[in-house]
Design a binder for this molecule. Structure first.
Ligand code: UDP
Ligand code: MG
Length: 157
């Protein structure tokens, strides 16, 4: 079944051209197509919408602090079974295995894989993909109102 998913290279990692290229390459090599991609900056409101099911959990304050700490790189990704395919490429939330994005990229950067400060987000179901893509598009629209200076800061690696 052809599906759409939302993938986000999280802050800090989105500052690295190598990371964005590596994530892009892994998605494309799996036969998936990136139909939209942009740098966005999550604020607390959009972070709470995106991570709605986690608001109130013990780790949420750290998660929100991380996700709002710098720019992120959002992507709409399409293809056969895109959601499950991408979740496999991404790896598990804890103890991600070698061969997955969440394991391999920190290792390549010389850092240990971490649970909260992981490399990417990927939608876990069709409804989440739709919701998360709408939040991303809201941020893209807000960005269009930014000054040239703010935009230059967001785009630079
Ligand atoms: N997270 C965390 N501690 C946990 C579980 C999750 O900090 O015990 C963070 C982590 O960044 C994760 C995000 O919260 O990617 C969302 O959690 P979820 O369980 O939905 O994991 P995911 O779907 O991203 O694998
Ligand atoms: Mg999740």
């Amino acid at each position: 079944m052809k599906e759409k998913s939302y993938v986000m290279v999280k802050p800090q990692f989105a500052n690295s051209k190598m990371v964005i290229e590596e994530v892009t390459k892994r998605l494309q090599n799996a036969g998936l197509k990136i139909t939209q991609a942009d740098f966005v900056r999550y604020d607390a409101k959009h972070a709470q919408q995106h991570y709605h099911e986690h608001v109130g959990k013990d780790f949420y304050p750290n998660l929100e602090a991380y996700i709002t700490s710098d720019k992120a790189y959002g992507m709409i990704v399409e293809g056969e079974n895109a959601i499950a395919t991408i979740r496999t490429l991404v790896g598990s939330t804890k103890n991600s295995a070698p061969g997955t994005i969440r394991h391999d990229i920190p290792v390549k950067l010389g850092i240990a894989p971490r649970v909260t400060e992981n490399v990417v987000h990927a939608s876990d179901c069709v409804e989440a993909a739709e919701k998360e893509s709408a939040i991303f598009n809201d941020l893209v629209t807000e960005k269009q109102k930014w000054s040239a200076e703010e935009l230059a800061d967001l785009e630079k690696y």
